[in-house]
Write a protein of this length. Sequence first.
Length: 89
Amino acid sequence: MLEIGEDLGALVVHTNAEMHGLEVEISPAGNDERRSHKEVLERVAGNRAAYTAVFDRLPAGKYTLWTDGIARARGVEIAAGQIAELHWG
């Protein structure tokens, strides 16, 4: 269950199996120092494995995603009450 709502959205980052265990950081656009992180986890649905990092409770706005201290995606848009998706790998 994701916590989204009136002012909050979520982001699901889809990756490949090689990124399993990798820490992905997120920061509000223009505030690179204020980061939080999630680990890429294996999630199984039916007979298929998916590798994702899931960020919820994000205030609507634009964000930057980081791995290993390097900005990998800037301007990722999060809309209130919605789940954004990003595909890496």
